[in-house]
Design a protein around this ligand. Structure first.
Ligand code: 5GP
Length: 208
């Protein structure tokens, strides 16, 4: 499958460390902006108790994952915390061809791959006001072991160092403000001149 599709829809990437609140932001934006569709990732990790196959992820085994790699079915793929994650190409292309925007909640490695293929994609990094606050939020969840907190904090530093891959930096201090900021970015991106050329040319045609 080629990566050279023509599309007017936006590819919007949300990344950020676990604990920064990107999941909540992602779901709220999807809920409030009906033209933005979710990209459902594939993962080899086991589902968490509340997670539903086909809604949160497509949960697959390593054999099937390898098969998908061999068939070149991924737009991007990465290993995060010893599990594999990937974005299947076909549904993304279909959504873009239907004129929808697509939003991805993926890590820095995945962002790098999508940005290489689609430099026009919009990458947003979500972060807490500081590492201290990130640590407090991870501890406050009461779901992580000490080891897991350390791993996640180390990983967060690693991810933030890749900030140059991103176009926007949104601090999640107040969640409603962070959601508004992400929505404002998307709205402004949709108003860009190059995204409206067809409409402009149509107006010019009508004036002839
Ligand atoms: P979790 O296992 O907590 O749902 O996700 C762990 C990490 O994997 C998060 O940082 C999330 O953004 C990232 N992730 C989820 N899906 C994908 C994907 O399809 N590709 C990549 N590269 N990362 C993903």
């Amino acid at each position: 499958m080629s990566n050279n599709i023509s599309h007017k829809g936006l590819l919007i990437i949300l990344s950020g460390p676990s604990g920064a609140g990107k999941g909540v932001i992602y779901n709220s934006v999807i809920e409030r902006m009906p033209n933005i569709k979710k990209s459902i990732s594939v993962t080899t990790r086991a589902p968490r108790p509340h997670e539903i196959d086909g809604i949160h992820y497509h949960f697959i085994n390593i054999g099937k994952y390898r098969e998908m790699i061999a068939n070149n079915e991924f737009l991007e793929t990465a290993s995060v915390y010893k599990n594999f994650y990937g974005t299947p190409k076909a549904p993304v292309f279909e959504m873009l061809e239907n004129g929808d925007d697509v939003m991805f909640e993926i890590d820095v490695l995945g962002t790098k791959q999508i940005k290489e293929k689609y430099p026009e994609s919009i990458a947003i990094f979500i972060m807490t006001p500081s590492f201290k606050v990130l640590e407090q939020r991870l501890r406050g969840r009461n779901t992580e072991t000490e080891d897991s907190i350390k791993t996640r904090l180390g990983n967060a530093k690693h991810e933030l160092k890749e900030y140059k891959l991103y176009d926007y930096f949104v601090i999640n201090d107040d969640i409603d403000e962070a959601i508004d900021n992400v929505m404002s970015i998307i709205k402004a991106e949709k108003l860009r001149i190059e995204k409206n050329e067809d409409l402009i040319n149509k107006m010019l045609e009508e004036m002839r």
